[in-house]
Design a protein around this ligand. Sequence first.
Ligand code: KG4
Ligand code: ZN
Length: 347
Amino acid sequence: MSDIILCKSQKTEKTDPIILGIESSCDETAAAVIRGRSLLSDEIISSAPVQAQYGGVVPEIASRAHTDAVDEVVRRALKSAGIKKEELDAVAVTYGAGLLGALLVGLSFAKAFAFGLGIPLIGVNHIRGHLAAAYLEDAELAPPFVTLLASGGHTAILYAESETGFRSLGGTVDDAAGEAFDKVARVLGLPYPGGPHLEALAREGSPVVPLPKMFKGEGGYRFSYSGLKTAVINYIHTKEMKSEAWSRADVAASFQHAALDILVERTVEAAKEEGVGVVTAGGGVIANGYLRERLASACGREGLRLVLPAKKRCTDNAAMIASEGLIQYRAGNFSPLSLNAQAYIPL
Ligand code: KG4
Ligand code: ZN
């Protein structure tokens, strides 16, 4: 593939370009269309129900499912947006981080689509996409703000100094929050994906199981999930060895409180310390209803404005990829057609 960067100068001057976003880093094949910050369509074809039969994402199954779905999901996104492909100004696509085979399907499709239309390709970092989802909720949102990132692979509190510049204030020292939810869900015998199932079970219980306070670390906003996960496992083992009754719902509720309360507390502390008036969030764990309620009440108490992406745009989706694509478009950051997929990329 050549190093050619497609970039129509008259088009890159548009302030509200029409951008097609494509996402295929894990088990969701997604496409969305935005015009400026207005969301025109947001489509997903998920292989999660198939993956659930195997207890997690099987990379080969994900790649094949993306291959089957990518053309159809893009067709749907254009149709429900009422946009002809010739009207598009750019194609934004996730190039990492994620499963290599899965990423390659969306990336190859996006390259061919952009090349065929003669419009720019914008490679998007998936995690930056999660952080950009909030911009679609509020046309007025502008840095600086403090943002809570909590997904399956990342948990961090960041200071956004600009749309493209972030400073990490801290985060997990071991497991990500979503990873901890998935591991505890498995111990509780819940199906994949663990997070939403654990949240549903927690609604039937009370946070009465004594679990250790999350480690807060010294200085910065550091915390650890591995001790909490071990405490849950030890609690269940001890109960079973003594043949004592225990409640799965109470364990779920207790874990959920312990795992999420610290994120709320530390995010609000960070916003106050940094002197910002706005808090945003992104990533799959932000779909959690308990976390959303706690964040809303803590921010309300402290007089902070909270901008949360809709639940559907916290878990993987293409609208967030288009949103980050818009930021890169406005910054003039276009990708060559030689762009490769990457399993890991820093924020
Ligand atoms: O952002 P995401 O969709 O994919 C990554 O980029 O990692 O996040 C997936 C993670 C999974 O660990 C999943 O269990 C968790 O987000 N998750 C939740 C909820 N929905 C998804 N965790 C807690 N409560 C939820 N409702
Ligand atoms: Zn994600």
